[in-house]
Design a protein around this ligand. Structure first.
Ligand SMILES: [Zn+2]
Ligand SMILES: [Zn+2]
Length: 125
């Protein structure tokens, strides 16, 4: 396995292990445990390639930093207003909403995004 493949695989494995919704900096910190000399630039480059390959998606939350996760079924997100952590919301995507809006507006809808905000379990205490 060449160096590039190894780096890319380490990043993808990290995201697939369930450490999703990570920022590029957090990914860099974690991948460094496995590949100590990996640079931040390399992590950014690999995330871009993985995104282009459709293996990773970049979350467009109402947030200043980008977060990444391994591609799975599309799903909703909840972001805590206090600690900023992002969680998956186990709720099926409402396709009916797309149809309803398409019908009302005449737009051809590809998808919609919905983001929940509030306080996570920890921050409620
Ligand atoms: Zn919180
Ligand atoms: Zn998610």
């Amino acid at each position: 396995m060449n160096r590039q493949t190894k780096q890319r695989r380490a990043i993808l494995n990290l995201l697939r292990r369930g450490y999703y919704h990570l920022t590029a900096d957090q990914i860099h910190d974690d991948v460094r445990k496995e590949i100590p000399n990996i640079s931040k630039g390399t992590v950014y480059r690999n995330l871009k390639v993985l995104r282009e390959l459709g293996l990773v998606s970049e979350l467009s939350l109402n947030d200043t930093v980008s977060r990444f996760e391994a591609n799975r079924e599309s799903h909703y997100h909840f972001q805590c207003e206090r600690c900023g952590r992002v969680f998956d919301v186990d709720e099926p995507i409402d396709k009916e909403l797309d149809r309803r809006i398409a019908k009302r507006t005449g737009f051809k809808i590809s998808y919609h995004q919905l983001e929940f905000r509030g306080l996570c379990h920890n921050c409620q205490q």
